[in-house]
Design a protein around this ligand. Structure first.
Ligand code: UT7
Length: 328
């Protein structure tokens, strides 16, 4: 069996910004409430016509450049998203065309905010078995089209972004590799976070179009409690599996949904808050993009260094969850 290393990372945030003050003009909310309850100050919103694959292209090009690879070197594209360009075909195929790497397999993976760790885990399996050498894993979302800007409980949370990792077969003896991943889902909690008006159960119709059913609906308190529970459990599982103590972890990179959720997970382990990568103030919750964007930001600003142990822990609609431990 081979091992998988993170060869390069990239991210992209659209230029347009929606601040808490902008939201004050749309719904009955205020900057102080949003900052205190979520830690979010602004989100980035894709321009009209800017699709998920466009965002993904920019992050992917940056990841390829950081890896010192060309699109032609890629063996596969795994695209984690719940807001693809269109229902069919997979957004991964549009990205493949835009990158110009013809004929390699390309598919979407829908695990909501856990999607990127699901995608990395799938890529890791293909590399471990020797089937592929270089895989592009993307997490990208244009969520704002699915947000009801009349619903103050959801519209304050979400933004658009893309992040990408190029993962590659490690040289024999390389210690900077993915150490483990653990994935879970609890379908019994699926109703807590949904967009239920666009699909086979309720096909798009004049009744559903533009109704509440076309937007994200969420039971916030329930999601909050379950998020703290499952992210702590998944992180614990990663540590126990590898017999690694929490003090050996250099950086915790949790799903960026809400600062209070991240703080609660870190407190569960008595882990110092200053070693949690938290950029939610800058971008809100961008679902599958949060982990790769947070990680890439911290790599580029010099916080995350080669050789350090990194712990990812995530949750999302489904209710999906997962963790990954790696030495970068
Ligand atoms: O990737 C997963 C995506 N989802 C999440 O991560 C969501 C997880 N949940 C959360 O982050 C939090 O539950 C929220 C930020 C959504 C809400 O914070 P909370 O501390 O759980 O507030 P709450 O829902 O208990 O509401 C407290 C009060 C309520 O008013 P009353 O009933 O006490 O009078 C709400 O109506 O705050 C009110 N409220 C707001 N006030 C101002 C709810 N949303 C807002 C708002 N601005 N945007």
């Amino acid at each position: 069996m081979f091992s998988t290393r993170i060869a390069g990372t990239g991210s992209y945030l659209p230029e347009r910004i929606l601040s808490n003050f902008d939201l004050e003009k749309l719904v009955d909310t205020n900057d102080q409430w949003i900052r205190e309850r979520t830690g979010i100050e602004r989100r980035h919103i894709a321009a009209p016509g800017e699709a998920t694959s466009d965002l993904a292209l920019k992050a992917s090009q940056r990841a390829l450049e950081a890896a010192g690879l060309k699109a032609a070197d890629l063996d596969m594209i795994i695209f984690a998203t719940i807001t693809g360009d269109q229902l069919m075909p997979a957004t991964a195929c549009f990205l493949q065309e835009k990158l110009g790497c013809k004929s390699i397999p390309a598919f979407d993976l829908a695990a909501a905010c856990s999607g990127f760790i699901y995608g990395l885990t799938v890529a890791d399996q293909f590399i471990r078995t020797g089937m592929h050498k270089n895989i592009l894993v993307v997490g990208a979302e244009v969520l704002h089209n699915f947000i009801n800007y009349k619903d103050r409980e959801t519209c304050i949370l979400f933004g658009d972004a893309s992040g990408a990792f190029v993962v590659s077969r490690a040289e024999a003896g390389d210690k900077n590799v993915i150490m483990s991943s653990h994935l879970h889902a609890e379908g019994s909690l699926a109703e807590l976070l949904v967009v239920n008006g666009v699909g086979s159960k309720k096909p798009l119709s004049p009744e559903t179009f533009g109704s509440e059913d076309s937007y994200v609906k969420m039971k916030g308190r329930e999601i909050y409690k379950n998020a703290v529970r499952v992210m702590s459990q998944c992180a614990q599982q990663a540590l126990e599996h590898n017999k690694v103590k929490i003090d050996e972890v250099s950086w915790l990179v949790p799903h960026q949904a809400n600062t209070r959720i991240m703080e609660a997970v870190a407190n569960h382990f008595n882990f110092p808050q200053e070693r949690v990568i938290n950029i939610v103030s800058e971008m809100g919750n961008t679902s599958s993009a949060t982990v790769p964007v947070a990680f890439d930001t911290a790599v580029r600003d010099g916080r995350i260094q080669r050789g350090q142990i990194i712990l990812f822990t995530v949750f999302g609609a489904g209710l999906t969850s997962g963790s990954m431990l790696l030495r970068y």
